[in-house]
Design a protein around this ligand. Structure first.
Ligand SMILES: C[S@@+](CC[C@H](N)C(=O)[O-])C[C@H]1O[C@@H](n2cnc3c(N)ncnc32)[C@H](O)[C@@H]1O
Ligand SMILES: Nc1nc2[nH]cc(C(=O)O)c2c(=O)[nH]1
Ligand code: SF4
Ligand SMILES: [Mg+2]
Length: 244
């Protein structure tokens, strides 16, 4: 069932800004953030789009209404639309992707890889971000394999890991070894994520940068030379601010 008339639960649509993370870092992007997630990561920085306590702020929207906002924000000039959340894979996004592609836009998704969808094949970029032990979540490797299978040869695929500690680092290495053909991006965890009702809460940037330095040391000492270590660039620029 992927009726094009199904509504999509939206938390926010914003941009253009730059993609702050992973394989598209620095590229102009409009974000479409869906509401709702099948995970509850202990350190989630986007609880306002996860916790159902905030669902009164989410809107069930038609494809054309979402598309007209993306089109307006980007001035009708095609760019990359990043589908994030919550988990965007629990929403019926196939019709939106088809609509945007008619106008020449590219689509990327950020998902933890816990739900596979046939429309993954229509994406330009699939970012899979399996959750490490510090999140409190557990990865189902069979479902992650389903995500890759349904994507097929469609999108460029990358793995992105949040790392807080040695156990997270070991998890990322193990996951990368299971999926040796995929590029790997590592980012230091933000241990001061915003509470859901405060979009501009204090952030310990020094602490995050200390963690990034530690991560760089780990990767270089390990000679893990195909990993890419990146900060959350939007966090460096704007802290915990929402909608950027
Ligand atoms: C909010 S999630 C939404 C998409 C999807 N649910 C996921 O987790 O991949 C977007 C990205 O932010 C990362 N993230 C969330 N909280 C973070 C934190 N406290 N520090 C660093 N990265 C974080 C996630 O791991 C994911 O890569
Ligand atoms: N600029 C910017 N880059 C991002 N990369 C991933 C984000 C997300 O929350 O999914 C995000 C975001 O919210 N803003
Ligand atoms: S999977 Fe993503 S959106 Fe869901 S709780 Fe974890 S970090 Fe937040
Ligand atoms: Mg974010």
């Amino acid at each position: 069932m992927s009726g094009v008339s199904e509504k999509i639960r939206i938390s926010e649509i914003f941009g253009p800004t730059i993609q702050g993370e992973g394989m598209l870092i620095g590229q102009p992007t409009v974000f479409v953030r869906t509401g709702g997630c099948d995970y509850r990561c202990s350190w989630c920085d986007t609880l306002h789009a996860v916790d159902s306590e905030y669902r009164h702020n989410w809107l069930a929207m038609e494809v054309e209404t979402i598309w007209s906002q993306v089109h307006y924000l980007s001035g009708g000039v095609p760019l990359t639309v990043s589908l994030s959340g919550g988990n965007p894979a629990i929403q019926p996004l196939g019709g939106l992707i088809k609509r945007g592609k008619q106008d020449g836009y590219r689509f990327a998704i950020e998902t933890q890889g816990s739900v596979a969808r046939d429309w993954f094949a229509d994406l330009d970029f699939l970012v899979l971000s399996p959750k490490p032990p510090s999140s409190g979540m557990k990865t189902d490797w069979d479902i992650l394999a389903d995500c890759l299978a349904t994507a097929g040869g469609g999108p460029r695929i990358g793995l992105k890991f949040v790392v807080f500690d040695d156990a997270d680092y070991a998890f990322a290495k193990d996951a990368a070894a299971r999926l040796p053909d995929l590029p790997v991006y590592l980012q230091p965890g933000n241990h001061t994520p915003p509470p859901p009702d405060d979009d501009d809460a204090r952030i310990d940037l020094d602490g995050i940068m200390d963690r990034m330095l530690w991560l760089v040391d780990k990767v270089t000492a390990d000679r893990w030379f195909y990993a890419t270590v990146l900060p959350q660039l939007h966090v460096l620029l704007w802290g915990n601010k929402r909608g950027v």
